[in-house]
Design a protein around this ligand. Sequence first.
Ligand code: PLP
Length: 279
Amino acid sequence: MPDIAYVNGRFGPLAEAVVSIEDRGFQFGDGVYEVIRTYRGQPFAIDEHLSRFERSAQALQLSLGHTRAQWSSLIREGLRLSRFPETKIYLQITRGQAPRDHPFPSSLAPTTVLTFRELHPLEASIRKAGVQAITLDDIRWGRCDIKSVNLLANVLARQRAKEAGVFEAILLRDGVVTEGSVSNVMVVRNGTIQTAPEGPRILSGVTRAKVLELARKEGIPVDETVVRREDLLGASEVFLTGTTVEVLPVVRVDEQAIGPAVPGPITQLLSRRWETLVG
Ligand code: PLP
């Protein structure tokens, strides 16, 4: 089965899907998106993702054009058509098609795109060994809580990580850890999980919220606080959370070992609890 796309009312092969070059998503990056994955073929945390999608759209005065029930049924229809063992679902809304001009016309029909691609989970050996990261200046705009299709700074950061031969770029604003280019970042210090608080500097990760809830259930203290670069490098454990990375140990940052440079006990425990949660 080929990858599937839905564009403005029609499902078809992704390779044949097109939008206009006058689409404001193409011209200005004027749009928002979500990524949902399946576990055992079922979309995971769909309500949480749709609610963040609504918040992102609202922040840009963008209409999602569909109710939650309609989004859910589009997702289910795409999954029925694509039938991959596991699927990565992208939902994308742009402000629509209009002659290029920065201000937007008030009554544009949004462009609605969903894509359905096979999800290839990260290799178990990588997950088991942990990954490496570099730190970089966070040069993004001031509303990183909006899941906007404007990902230029994230793209450049992940490219730098790739060129450095590591998995992720951990972003620092004035020396303070915000998040990764595609993930949220958590550190363990003195048995406490520390991570940047929700707010305009980070994306409020669906996985982040669920992992923090799992930690609290385990009686592990959680502190949503300022984490400086030196706290990151001096942590006993570092891990990433995200829809595709799940709970992923980081064992080296900027070539320096985190603790004994192996996945730590809290990361491993939360990884196991995550596996149970997702079935
Ligand atoms: N932060 C950024 C910049 C991301 O791109 C992502 C996921 O794509 C996350 C955090 C993690 O969010 P979630 O757990 O909702 O996938």
